[in-house]
Design a protein around this ligand. Structure first.
Ligand code: ADP
Ligand code: MG
Length: 340
C-alpha cells in the first residue's frame, strides 16, 4: 500500500467545489510535485493533508492510518511556504532548533542536530545571524532545515522558491532535491512552473481546476500528454486540428487534436525519401525565425494555413530565410493523438 493516499477528496468553500473527488497515491520516500496554474487547488490539497483545512468529503490515509480528521499538531508534517516564515527575533540556529525545543529535547542534542542540519543546508558561518541579515535563498534554506530537523513523516513545500530569482532558484531546486532524497523524506512540492516540476520530481500530478488532469514521471508527462490542457501546460507543443492535419498529410488520425513537440520536427530543403520510416511529410514556408539561446525556432506555414513551430539547435543546421520553402517531416509516433 502507498504511504499517503487521498481517496475521493472533495473540498467546498460554500458552493465552490475547489477539489473534486481527488485520488492520489504517494509512496514512501517519493518526491511528488503538484503542478498547475494558480487557483487550481494545489495549496488546498496540501492544507487538507497538513490539517490546516478539513476535506469536505473523502479520506486521507498516512501509513495506513486515517488522518482525515486528526488535529494538525498530531500529523507530524514539516512545512515550508513561499513567504519566509522565520522568527525574526531568533538567530539561524535558534530558528532551526525551535521544533526540538518545543518537543523538550535536551539542549546538547538540539545543539548537535542543529549543527548537522546547518551543514546539510550549507549555512555554516551563519549560525548566529538573524533572518534579516540573510538573502531570500538562505532564508528558505533555514526554513527547510527547521522543517526537517524534527524528522517529519511528510515534508510539504508550497511554492518555496517562487520569490527567488531564476539563477539561484535553479541551484536551490537541485539542492532541495538532493537533501530530501539523501534523507529519504517523503516530500510534496507545489509549483505552477512546469520546468521546476520536471527538475524536482519523481512524479508529477498535474491539476486543472480542482481535478487531476494527468500524472506520471516528468518524462512521461512531457513526452505523452494525454489531453489538450496537459500538452499546453507540460511543453511547448504545437496543437493542430486532427481533421486539418489528416487532409494535409493524407492520414487518418482519429483524435480531435494532434500535438507535436517543436523539437521533433525535421526540416529540409529537398523532399526526403523516407523509405524505411513511418513519417508524415509536407511542404511549408518559413514565416518567422527567433533565437532562444542555443535553439532556433522557426514558424512554418503549410499550404492550408496551418502553422507549426519547429526548433533546431544552432550548431547542427544552416539558417533558413523568411519566405523560404522547406519540407517538414515528422515521425508518426511523434504525432500524439489528444482529446479536449
Ligand atoms: P492554488 O494553490 O493552486 O493556487 P488554492 O488551493 O489556493 O489554489 O485555491 C483553490 C481555489 O480555492 C481558488 O479558487 C481559491 O480562490 C479558493 N480558496 C482557497 N482558499 C479559500 C478560502 N479560505 N475560502 C474561500 N475560497 C478559497
Ligand atoms: Mg497555492
Amino acid at each position: 500500500m502507498s504511504y499517503i493516499e487521498f481517496k475521493g477528496i472533495s473540498k467546498f468553500y460554500g458552493e465552490n467545489e475547489v477539489l473534486k473527488n481527488m485520488e492520489l497515491s504517494i509512496n514512501k520516500g517519493e518526491l511528488i510535485t503538484l503542478l498547475g496554474p494558480s487557483g487550481c487547488g494545489k495549496s488546498t490539497l496540501l492544507r487538507c493533508l497538513s490539517g490546516l483545512e478539513e476535506a469536505t468529503k473523502g479520506t486521507i490515509l498516512l501509513d495506513g492510518k486515517d488522518i482525515t480528521h486528526l488535529e494538525a499538531a498530531k500529523r507530524q508534517m514539516g512545512m515550508v511556504f513561499q513567504k519566509y516564515s522565520l522568527f525574526p527575533n531568533m538567530t539561524v540556529k535558534e530558528n532551526i532548533g525551535f521544533g526540538l525545543k518545543v518537543m523538550k529535547v535536551d539542549k546538547k542534542e538540539i545543539e548537535e542536530k542543529t549543527k548537522k542540519m546547518i551543514e546539510i543546508v550549507g549555512l555554516e558561518g551563519k549560525e548566529n545571524q538573524y533572518p534579516r541579515q540573510l538573502s531570500g535563498g538562505q532564508q528558505q534554506r533555514v526554513a527547510l532545515a527547521r522543517a526537517i530537523i524534527t524528522q517529519p513523516k511528510v515534508l510539504l513545500l508550497d511554492e518555496p522558491l517562487s520569490a527567488i530569482d531564476a539563477l539561484l532558484r535553479k541551484k536551490l531546486q537541485a539542492q532541495i532535491r538532493r537533501i530530501v532524497k539523501e534523507l529519504g523524506i517523503t516530500t510534496i512540492f507545489v509549483t505552477h512552473d512546469q520546468d521546476e516540476a520536471m527538475v524536482m520530481s519523481d512524479r508529477v500530478y498535474l491539476f486543472n481546476n480542482g481535478k487531476i488532469e494527468q500524472f506520471g514521471t516528468p518524462v512521461e508527462m512531457y513526452t505523452h500528454p494525454k489531453t489538450y490542457f496537459a500538452a499546453r501546460f507540460m511543453g511547448n507543443y504545437n496543437i493542430v486540428e486532427g481533421q486539418d492535419f489528416n487532409k494535409l498529410t493524407n492520414n487518418n488520425f482519429k483524435s480531435k487534436f494532434i500535438a507535436i513537440r517543436p523539437e521533433v520536427i525535421e526540416i529540409s530543403t529537398e523532399k526526403p525519401s523516407n523509405e524505411e520510416r513511418q513519417v508524415v511529410t509536407f511542404k511549408t514556408k518559413v514565416t518567422d525565425s527567433i533565437s532562444h539561446g542555443n535553439v532556433l525556432r522557426y514558424t512554418l506555414e503549410a499550404d492550408n494555413g496551418m502553422k507549426l513551430k519547429g526548433e533546431v539547435l544552432f550548431r547542427s543546421f544552416r539558417l533558413y530565410d523568411i519566405g523560404q520553402e522547406l519540407y517538414v517531416t515528422i515521425e508518426k509516433k511523434n504525432c500524439l493523438e489528444i482529446d479536449e
